[in-house]
Every structure is written in structure tokens, then in C-alpha cells.
Design a protein around this ligand. Structure first.
Ligand code: ATP
Ligand code: MG
Length: 473
């Protein structure tokens, strides 16, 4: 933690005395006798004082002007003014400029100590928020949404675009484990709200009453057990983002209240008289089909339309099985690092196992499978025995693979046969039919070009050519 204090004071005796005093208390204490010396310290990135204890009038300028000059670029320090001649307009200007406090000399040491301690705490809290959001910004860059398939590249591009526009609400849909939580973080930490909080609530995790007081907060005595005032999550997300996971689980009467907050941009804590202004962005996630829920009456249509200003569907891993080429090495590297392993090879059979599986739990399931495999590995080779082998039971790799494709065909069409129907009225040409055959075959093979080529008794190149030709990505 940076505990550097800069004392700006032109009276040599007082300046050196304060410097010695704070050095004795264990701080890195620097002393500047005028604005020029202070600037040299303030703009030195290696020094970065957390607290500036400044006189008002200095030989070459005013401490207040110095604060005004630097406050745009130095946002993680606090200023306390200590002056013999301060008047009311000065103190008002100081506070308006964001100074932490304004003290008149002579001032009691204990009082100064107390102000210094609180100002340092405040500067440190600001530093934490800044570092957290900078780190999170890096950790959740849009590129962290891995995958090179066309759908994934498109999804990452949408995430990048949404991060740059000021929308009020957005819905993320997709099966479990498709990355809705990751997408919400990318959206928040790359937006202009990144420095404000991202507050998360899983609507399925709490019973209704708790959900309400968690979201809206309450005053002391609002209900039995409400001992102290509680700021709700909506309030905490002020200027930031509220991520409501599993929004489909929110009870209907809370949906009404949430809609009201969104429309009025105001909120009333439970048991409160006054309303509070709130400026929030909502990202809601669900693995249900909200339009169906609206039709059957379990989700309010007005809230749905209010939230679905933008809607982004995250594709299942099945639809973008080619992404395994990027996901698998990246995840293996991550788990190598965590577990101190050195897995670097994935056998052809392991790839087949990974690419033939349907991944109902999507990327989350893939992570679990790879974590287990890396942890249990005993060489540089990714072990195959922990990979999902639906329908595989011994035999040669090729035979295993064929039987798993047969299983996939079974699952898709009930039997090992492509079920296609083409009109004979001339409305569909040979090329369209060919395109449809290749598309359907790729779907059944989960995008595995090699397998589709094998079944169609052709070459990978020819399948690839048709993928381009018919735009089947
Ligand atoms: N495209 C991706 N690239 C890298 N990691 C991903 C990707 N998609 C998902 N993940 C990772 O997979 C895991 C599961 O994703 P996440 O928790 O975001 O899914 P979810 O859609 O919120 O699931 P649920 O509906 O079950 O809450 C996370 O660790 C996430 O970081
Ligand atoms: Mg989630």
C-alpha cells in the first residue's frame, strides 16, 4: 500500500517538523517548499503521494490552484489544506475542488491525525477501485471471449459494439455455461461505466422476500429483523451496472417494482418515505425463452420489452464446435498454470472425443473436463480416459469414432440416415440441394469437417470448398 504523504509548506520550521512527525509514524513523508517543488513530486510516477497536506498561499502560487491544475490527472490522492489565513470562500472553493478537508492553523495534533488517517483511508479505497477496474478491464477485454468460429467472432464483435453505446438494458440469453456471466463482465468492464460498480444478483438464489430487500434495500424497522438501514443492490449499482442473473426466476410482483425503477429512475427503500434517484444499467441473463414465458404469463411483457432494448444470444458450444481449437489450448494453459502441470499435447483421438460430444453444459462443462484431465495428467499428453466418451466402448479409435458418429446420427434423426426432403416442383435446384446436404451433415457431425467428408465419401477440401461456396459457416 502506498503511504506517501506530501507536505507543501513554505515555512521551513513547520514543513520540516511535519515531515519528521509523519516519518516517525512510519510514512514516506516528502516536503515541498513551493508549488514548483510540489509539482515535481506530484507528477513523478514513482512517488505518487496518497495524501497532500498543503498550505494555501505559497511563494510561487496558491495551493488551491495547484489542486485545480492536478485534479484531472491525479485522481487517487486526497488533499487536506492547512492554513493560517483561510477564509470562507477559500474553504468553499477547496471543498468544491474535491479537497478532503480544510483546517485552520493552529490545529490540534489529534484533530490533524484523525483527518490524515481518514483521508489516507479514502485515497487507498480509491486506489483499490482504480486497480480493480484496470485489472478487470484487462481480464475482461472482448478478446477474452474465445473462439474463432463465425458465430463467436460475431458475438465478440457485438460485445465490443455494445460496450461502446449507452444502452439502459440488455438481455443475454443462452444455455447454461455458454458464457452469459463472462459476457456481462466484458460489457461492464469495457463500457464507460467500468469505474463504477458491477453488482450481481442471481434471482434464483434467494426466496422472494429476501430478494426484494436485497434489491430495494430497507430502512431500520421496515420489517421484523430489519435492525439497521440497508442499501439495496440497485442503489449500490448507481452509475454502474446491475447484472440480474436468471431474471426468469423473478416473481411477478417484483418484476412490477423493477419496471417502475427503470421507468422512473427512482427507488424507494422498503419502509422509506423518500425516493432516491438511481442511474443504473441492467444486464439481465436467462437460459429460458422469455418470449415463451411472456406468452404463458410467467414473465411480464412490459418488463420484457423494457429490458430487451438489445438482446444477445450466446450460441451453444455444439453450434460452434470449431471453437474447441482455441478453447482447448487456452484452457489447458490456464489449468497447467494453476496445477503446475505441463500438458502440451492433445492426441487425435482426444480431439475426436472432444469434438463428438454434445456438451450440454457448454463451456463450463468443457472447463471442468479439462481441469480434471490436466490435474490428473502424468505426462505432457492430455489423458483421454477422463474425456466424455458418449457411446464409445473400447475398440480402435476409428471404430469408436464411427460408433459415436452413429450415435450422434441416431440422436439427431432417430436413425443413421439423413432425413432430407426436397421439392420436385422445380423450386429448388441441384446446388441448393447440395448445400442443404452438406449443411445438414455438418450439423450432425457438430461441424467436424473430416467426419462429414468421410460419411459423404469425399475429401475435406471439397467440404471446405462447399462451406465457403454456400456460406455455411
Ligand atoms: N467464449 C468463451 N471463452 C472463454 N471462456 C468462456 C467462454 N464462454 C464461457 N466461458 C467460461 O465458461 C464458464 C461458464 O461461463 P458462464 O458462467 O459465463 O456461463 P453462463 O452462461 O453464465 O452459465 P449459467 O447460465 O449456468 O449461469 C466461465 O468460466 C466462463 O469464463
Ligand atoms: Mg451465469
Amino acid at each position: 500500500m502506498n503511504d506517501t504523504i506530501l507536505i507543501i509548506e513554505d515555512e521551513v520550521l513547520l514543513g520540516t517538523e511535519l515531515q519528521r512527525y509523519y516519518a516517525r509514524l512510519g510514512f514516506e513523508a516528502l516536503w515541498a517548499a513551493d508549488c514548483g517543488q510540489a509539482r515535481a513530486i506530484l507528477y513523478n510516477p514513482d512517488l505518487r503521494p496518497a495524501l497532500i497536506l498543503s498550505d494555501l498561499s505559497l511563494p510561487d502560487g496558491s495551493g488551491l490552484d495547484l489542486l485545480e491544475e492536478t485534479r484531472g490527472s491525479l485522481t487517487d490522492c486526497e488533499w487536506v489544506f492547512l492554513t493560517g489565513y483561510g477564509d470562507v470562500p477559500d474553504s468553499v472553493r477547496a471543498l468544491r475542488l474535491g479537497a478532503f478537508d480544510f483546517l485552520i492553523k493552529p490545529c490540534v495534533q489529534e484533530q490533524l491525525d484523525m483527518v490524515v488517517r481518514s483521508a489516507l483511508r479514502s485515497a487507498q479505497a480509491q486506489r483499490r477501485i482504480l486497480t480493480d477496474s484496470v485489472n478487470a478491464g484487462k481480464r475482461y477485454a472482448p478478446e477474452t471471449f474465445l473462439g474463432n468460429s463465425a458465430v463467436t467472432r460475431q458475438t465478440a464483435e457485438m460485445l465490443r459494439q455494445f460496450s461502446q453505446v449507452p444502452y439502459s438494458a440488455l438481455i443475454l440469453t443462452g444455455e447454461t455455461g455458454t458464457g452469459k456471466g463472462l459476457a456481462a463482465r466484458i460489457l461492464h468492464y469495457n463500457s464507460e461505466r467500468a469505474k463504477e460498480p458491477l453488482i450481481e444478483l442471481n434471482c434464483a438464489a434467494l426466496p422472494k422476500d429476501l430478494l426484494e430487500s436485497e434489491l430495494f434495500g430497507h430502512e431500520a424497522g421496515a420489517f421484523t429483523g430489519a435492525k439497521a438501514r440497508h442499501r439495496g443492490l440497485i442503489e449500490q449499482a448507481h452509475r454502474g451496472t446491475l447484472f440480474l442473473d436468471e431474471i426468469g426466476e423473478m416473481p411477478l410482483d417484483l418484476q412490477v417494482k423493477l419496471l417502475k425503477v427503470l421507468e422512473d429512475r427512482k427507488l424507494r427503500r422498503l419502509g422509506a418515505e423518500k425516493e432516491i434517484n438511481v442511474d443504473i444499467r441492467i444486464i439481465a441473463a436467462t437460459n429460458r425463452n422469455l418470449q415463451d414465458e411472456v406468452k404463458n404469463g410467467s414473465f411480464r411483457s412490459d418488463l420484457y420489452y423494457r429490458l430487451s432494448v438489445f438482446e444477445l444470444r450466446l450460441p451453444s458450444l455444439r453450434e460452434r464446435i470449431g471453437d474447441l481449437d482455441d478453447l482447448v489450448p487456452a484452457l489447458i494453459a490456464e489449468f497447467n498454470l494453476q496445477a503446475g502441470k505441463k500438458v502440451s499435447q492433445v492426441s487425435a483421438r482426444a480431439w475426436q472425443l472432444l469434438k463428438c460430444y454434445r456438451w450440454p453444459g457448454n463451456v463450463r462443462e468443457l472447463r471442468n473436463v479439462l481441469e480434471r484431465s490436466v490435474i490428473l495428467s502424468s505426462s505432457q499428453q492430455l489423458p483421454e480416459q477422463w474425456l466424455p466418451n458418449e457411446g464409445l466402448n473400447g475398440g480402435t479409435a476409428a471404430a469408436d469414432f464411427q460408433s459415436s458418429v452413429a450415435a450422434a446420427l441416431d440422436a439427431a434423426s432417430g436413425e443413421a440416415r439423413l432425413d432430407l426432403q426436397f421439392p420436385t416442383d422445380g423450386s429448388m435446384g441441384l446446388e441448393d440441394m447440395e448445400s442443404e446436404i452438406v449443411r445438414k451433415m455438418l450439423e450432425i457431425c457438430h461441424g467436424n469437417v473430416m467426419e462429414a467428408a468421410r460419411i459423404l465419401k469425399t475429401t475435406r477440401e471439397k467440404i471446405r470448398y462447399r462451406i465457403e461456396k454456400y456460406n455455411l459457416r
